[in-house]
Design a binder for this molecule. Structure first.
Ligand code: ACO
Length: 347
């Protein structure tokens, strides 16, 4: 285990003996539906193979929601687990923020459904849509609300059922995705642990590379839209790949610099799990070994907003993250959006 960072590195205020309040993760939870689709299962649905999917993406299996499981059903399990781990009662939450591109319905927000199901009547609740970056966007946003005093305890969830949007006859997308949920309870901390820096960004000019055209106000869900499969996810995979590799390594570097650290300080990076080759390309650009990256894409595929909290949860459970470790979360997704967060682990 690393020793805690020196006070002067924590913040200028700490040097003067006044602890700076930061938003810290008090507890984590995660959930993936029990139904699993292997690459061989998909090879029976579309013209693909375990060999193609494994070598091009790193994915071996993905979990898929059952017909009765909506996004909030996944989210509530992860959220309750995070509350239990944090020893925080739902009724003490001030804020519930759900990052999702696959809400139960257009409104009310999935966060409001969660508020009711968890029993958190004091909590403000809203959804945040930044596609696969939603959880990291949410963590940074909730963290700001905590440090500004707008909330004392917040629940941030990334939850998706992308399997509902995917065209299961399109081999270029259906092999990539999976369903899941991850949750974090945040609280204010003056121990020197918590969020040191966060960056969010977007490039709306690249919005066309990942989209679901129908179901909104531009193109309501009509019979014609469904016949043309416009309610299904569209993706230009190579464009997404290039955007991610071009954007995220610099984003990680800048976030680490804003935290006041150097790359050598970073113990572990938890990247969005979209493609193993994207993570390898990031590692190469950052001149870091793959051991510095959490990878669990082989088990879950791309779970969009759930991917970073699922990977973070598994890294903590697997003993790869300890108190006072310096962690970077980094995500990218449709929009095109990107976000990174540097934090010292622990309460
Ligand atoms: N099985 C077999 N062959 C396939 C499959 C498949 N599942 N999918 C595509 N191919 C074929 C293509 O048709 C193409 O054939 P061709 O050469 O005869 O035209 C060939 O494989 C190569 O296709 P590419 O698109 O060049 O393959 P690439 O190496 O770029 O990998 C991939 C594609 C995996 C999609 C990659 O570009 C990627 O991971 N991009 C990022 C995707 C991402 O992050 N998406 C985010 C969200 S996913 C979502 O929201 C739905």
């Amino acid at each position: 285990m690393r020793s805690p960072p020196a006070a002067a590195e924590l913040s200028p205020m700490a040097v003067h003996g006044v602890a700076q309040t930061r938003a810290a993760v008090l507890g984590l939870g995660a959930y993936a539906p029990p139904k699993v689709l292997t690459n061989d299962d998909l090879a029976r649905l579309v013209d693909t193979s375990d060999e193609w999917i494994t070598t091009r993406t790193g994915i071996k299996r993905r979990h898929v929601a059952g017909p009765d499981q909506a996004t909030s059903d996944l989210a509530v399990i992860a959220a309750q687990q995070a509350l239990d781990a944090a020893a925080v009662r739902a009724q003490d939450l001030d804020l519930i923020l759900v990052g999702t591109a696959t809400p139960d319905m257009l409104f009310p927000a999935t966060a409001c459904l969660l508020q009711e199901r968890l029993g958190a009547p004091q909590a403000g609740a809203f959804d945040l849509l930044a596609a696969c970056s939603s959880f990291v966007y949410g963590l940074i946003s909730a963290g700001q609300m905590l440090t500004s005093g707008l909330a004392r305890t917040a629940l941030v969830v990334g939850a998706e059922t992308l399997s509902r949007l995917v065209d299961w006859k399109d081999r270029t997308t259906c092999v990539l995705i999976g369903d899941g949920a991850g949750a974090a309870v945040l609280g204010a901390s003056d121990t020197g642990r918590g969020i040191y820096a966060g960056m969010v960004g977007a490039d709306g000019s690249a919005g066309n590379v990942l989209k679901v055209p129908a179901g909104g106000s531009r193109m309501p869900m009509t019979r014609e839209a469904i016949d043309r499969k416009l309610h299904r996810g569209y993706m230009d995979g190579q464009a997404v790949f290039k955007l991610a590799v071009r954007t995220v390594p610099g984003l990680i570097r800048e976030t680490v610099a804003r935290a006041g650290w150097t790359m050598e300080h970073v113990d572990l990076i938890v990247p969005h799990q979209a493609n193993l080759r994207i993570i390898e390309a990031m590692a190469s650009q950052l001149h870091l070994p793959m051991e510095k990256f959490v990878v669990n894409i082989q088990e879950y595929g791309n779970t969009s907003a759930a991917s970073v909290p699922l990977a973070l949860f598994e890294a903590v459970q697997g003993g790869r993250i300890h108190d006072d470790d310096r962690i970077v979360l980094a995500a990218f997704g449709g929009g095109f959006t990107y976000a990174a967060c540097a934090l010292v682990w622990g309460k």
